[in-house]
Every structure is written in structure tokens, then in C-alpha cells.
Design a protein around this ligand. Structure first.
Ligand code: PHE
Length: 340
């Protein structure tokens, strides 16, 4: 075959082969087949020496044309493959923006925390400062400094979780009264939200529970101011209709002391199952600070007086959300918790 025919055959074959190329790999092997060191086109170019002098310029020109045509055809095929691949990738990664979105699952505060925050807000709006203290306490802060002698029933092993070295899990938030008064001079107006622990478990008790303690100390503080503060709190918490009742009681650290009831939030005092048909529900303990407590922190009981109160947060959350069994708060059943 003459040179011219060879070149034309190579060009035709290469162009036809390019038609069927579907991948970059095949294209590359085709490129090697024609342009490689042993490639078909290369071999022909090497044979240029045999061409006669007269023919050489014509064949040379043709060879260059074939080379240029094929180079361009390879380039075009390469570009076509690349844009095809890009298109396929874009299709594969396409996002349907008309699909409905997935709702993120929002967490929210535990119902007991919601109640606790509400209590905090009511008292901070009345000018109380929020103070906290340790849950692992000493007998001194939990009992002695609160005028609770070692033979008092509250010290019974049955109620208290004792730890080693005279430590215990605080049975109430009252020890923070002592810590606050040790740290600050009067006047003092604080609330103490936090956890307390007692060996107890039934429909109205869990071993860990929450309290909010209140303490106000100043000159000439009277019991009627305590009543005013608590009535104001109860009406903000449970509504304007709420009635309040003080029953004489005993606490080692207050004198006089009272247990404080509100009119039943369910039957409004008529009597129902929630209030045990009494019309009243106990929500807190309170009293005038005992002079012995002031002496324990070097406050002068002749100079200052004060009142203190302590309320159970679960009990108040119970009333707020109408939960019959306090223990459900801590079973962590999401179906229950999601309702709040
Ligand atoms: N600490 C008492 C209790 O846990 C409540 C209380 C606090 C009573 C402050 C009077 C004054 O039962």
C-alpha cells in the first residue's frame, strides 16, 4: 500500500474507533494505539525516509494534516467524555428541593425544671438573689448549725443517706441558709433551688427531689411579711383565686413554724381526690428564723430577725401539671416527658 493510502486508512480507522469510545481508559489506549512510540501513526511517520524526493512534500503535508485532524478528534472526544461524566455526577448528586424537610427533634426542659425556673422567676422578680450550695454536706451544715440536735428524728438513719467521714447527702436545701449567712452580712434575701435526698420512695416521694429554700434577714422582719411574700408567690404560681392556710408546726430552725397549704387547685377547696377531700394541699414549710440559727453564724438575734421557707418542687409540678404519681417524673419515658 502506498503512503497516501496508508495515512488515509489510519485516519478513517481512528475516526471510526473514536465514535465508540465511552470511557477515558479506552480513549487513552486508543491514543497509545495511534500516537504511542509504537503507534500506527508514529510508525508511518518513521517510514517517511523511504518516500521519494518528489512525493515527500505532498506526503509530508498529508501526514501533518492527518496528525492534526486526529489530534483534534481525540481532544474533542476527551472533552465530550468529561462533560458527560460531569453531567452524570451532577445528576447523581441532585437534590430534590421540593421534598418536605425533616423536622429536627427539639429537646426541652424537664417538667420539674420548668416549674423550678418559674419559681425562681417569681422570687427574683421580688428581689431575691439565687444562691446554690453543695449536695454532699457535713452534719454540721445539714443539722447542727440548723439547731437540729443529734437526737432529732430527722437524723434517723431511715431518712438520711449517710456517706463516710461525717458526710451525707443533704436532706434539704436549708444548709445553704447557713453557708449564705456565713458569707454575707445582713440584710439578706436569697432563694436556693437545688436537689435534696431522703431514703423514701412512694407515689409522693422519690429518693432525689428538688426544693427551693427562701431566706430573708433584716431588721424588724415580721411573720406578716412572710405571709405576704408566700401569698403573693402562691397567687402568681396557681392563680389569683388561690387561698392560703398556715398550720402551726415545728422545725428546729424556725420559731414559730408553720406548714403552709393552698386551696386545692383541682376542686378549689370543695374537696376531691387530689386534696384527700380536705380542700387543702400542703406546699411548703416556713417560719421565723430561730435565734439559735443566727447565733451559729454570728448574727446578733437582738439586731436582726428573718424568715425562711422551703418548698418541694415536684409537689408543685404535680399540681401544675396534674400528675398523680411523682415517680413518673424520673422514669424518663419520653412519651410522658414530651407532653410538657
Ligand atoms: N427544710 C424544711 C424541710 O425540708 C423546710 C423548711 C425550710 C421549713 C425553711 C422551714 C424553713 O422540710
Amino acid at each position: 500500500m502506498c503512503m497516501k493510502a496508508k495515512l488515509e486508512a489510519i485516519q478513517a480507522a481512528a475516526l471510526e474507533a473514536l465514535q465508540d469510545v465511552k470511557t477515558a481508559d479506552v480513549l487513552e489506549s486508543l491514543r497509545i494505539e495511534y500516537f504511542g512510540r509504537r503507534g500506527k501513526l508514529t510508525e508511518v511517520m518513521k517510514g517517511m525516509g523511504q518516500v521519494s524526493k518528489e512525493e515527500r512534500p505532498i506526503i509530508g503535508k498529508l501526514a501533518n494534516e492527518v496528525r492534526a485532524t486526529l489530534t483534534e478528534a481525540f481532544e474533542e472526544t476527551k472533552n465530550a467524555l468529561e462533560s458527560l461524566q460531569q453531567e452524570q455526577q451532577l445528576n447523581a448528586e441532585a437534590v430534590d428541593i421540593t421534598l418536605p424537610g425533616r423536622k429536627p427533634a427539639y429537646g426541652k426542659a424537664h417538667p420539674v425544671m420548668q416549674t423550678l425556673e418559674r419559681i425562681d422567676t417569681i422570687f427574683t422578680q421580688m428581689g431575691y438573689q439565687v444562691v446554690t450550695g453543695p449536695e454532699v454536706e457535713t452534719e454540721h451544715y445539714n443539722f447542727d448549725a440548723l439547731n437540729t440536735p443529734s437526737n432529732h428524728p430527722a437524723r434517723d438513719l431511715h431518712d438520711t443517706f449517710y456517706l463516710t467521714d461525717g458526710h451525707l447527702l443533704r436532706t434539704h436545701t436549708s444548709p445553704v441558709q447557713i453557708r449564705a449567712m456565713e458569707n454575707q452580712k445582713p440584710p439578706l434575701r436569697i432563694i436556693v433551688p437545688g436537689k435534696a435526698y431522703r431514703v423514701d420512695y412512694d407515689v409522693s416521694h422519690t429518693p432525689m427531689f428538688h426544693q427551693v429554700e427562701g431566706l430573708l434577714v433584716d431588721r424588724h422582719v415580721t411573720f406578716s411579711e412572710l405571709k405576704g411574700v408566700l401569698v403573693s408567690f402562691a397567687r402568681q404560681m396557681f392563680g389569683d383565686q388561690t387561698q392560703m392556710r398556715f398550720r402551726p408546726h415545728f422545725f428546729p430552725f424556725t420559731e414559730p413554724s408553720a406548714e403552709v397549704d393552698i386551696s386545692c387547685t383541682v376542686c378549689r377547696g370543695k374537696g376531691c381526690r387530689t386534696c384527700g377531700h380536705t380542700g387543702w394541699i400542703e406546699i411548703l414549710g416556713a417560719g421565723a428564723v430561730d435565734p439559735e440559727v443566727f447565733r451559729a453564724v454570728n448574727y446578733d438575734p437582738e439586731e436582726v430577725t428573718g424568715f425562711a421557707f422551703g418548698m418541694g418542687v415536684e409537689r408543685i409540678a404535680n399540681l401544675q401539671f396534674r400528675i398523680p404519681d411523682i415517680r413518673t417524673f424520673y422514669e424518663n419515658d419520653l412519651r410522658f416527658l414530651h407532653q410538657f
